[in-house]
Write a protein that binds this ligand. Structure first.
Ligand SMILES: CC(C)(COP(=O)(O)OP(=O)(O)OC[C@H]1O[C@@H](n2cnc3c(N)ncnc32)[C@H](O)[C@@H]1OP(=O)(O)O)[C@@H](O)C(=O)NCCC(=O)NCCS
Length: 164
């Protein structure tokens, strides 16, 4: 049966900024990509739990491209919102930007899409509230997310078929 409860996108929008200190450096003196992915996963988790009202786990992360390297001393901002919900899964979009505080320049370094799955107290996937789209941006993201969801389903189907 379809879940009648719904929540607006704006209710679970999350934003977080971090100063990239020297402990985040890779061997080239730039910010380590793994740090960015870890923080993106954390904010996706927060966003998903806020919408779902349940604990969520990461089921998958789509391909991630890094458009620019990030310098130590930059402030990196992560912005997350729910793009689409299925029955128990949610696609969370995370936009990452890096700001050079002295120059006042801000660049978009990457956008990643996480599929999170809500789990009940027995650890089983459970139904999440429907998503209320509030503006044209929400609608655009939702339409694009439907396409990605279908691609993920097709890929998983293909993978399972190849196993047989
Ligand atoms: C994610 C997980 C709960 C899915 O369990 P499952 O038994 O395959 O569940 P189902 O087949 O009932 O699928 C549940 C939902 O997850 C989605 N899903 C499952 N695997 C997925 C994947 N690899 N990518 C995207 N979505 C996935 C399904 O499409 C379904 O979505 P819907 O309910 O919105 O239609 C399970 O695989 C798991 O616990 N994985 C480990 C998660 C984890 O530890 N993450 C941290 C990684 S370090």
């Amino acid at each position: 049966m379809e879940n009648k409860v719904s929540k607006p996108v704006s209710l679970s929008v999350v934003s977080m900024s971090n100063l990239m200190g020297t402990s985040y450096a890779n061997i080239f003196g730039k910010v380590h990509g793994g740090i960015i992915l870890k923080k993106a996963d954390e904010i996706a988790y927060v966003c998903a739990c806020k919408h779902a009202g349940f604990q969520c786990v990461t089921a998958s992360v789509d391909r991630v491209d890094f458009y620019h390297s990030i310098n130590i001393g930059d402030v990196v901002t992560f912005e997350a919102s729910v793009n689409l919900v299925g029955r128990s899964s949610l696609e969370i979009g995370v936009k990452v930007t890096a700001e050079n505080l002295l120059k006042g320049e801000r660049v978009h370094t990457n956008t990643c899409y996480f599929t999170m799955v809500a789990l009940d107290s027995n650890g089983k996937p459970t139904e999440v509230p429907r998503l209320e789209l509030e503006n044209d941006n929400d609608l655009r993201r939702n339409v694009e997310a439907q396409y990605r969801r279908q691609q993920r389903l097709d890929q998983r189907f293909q993978k399972n078929t190849n196993k047989e």
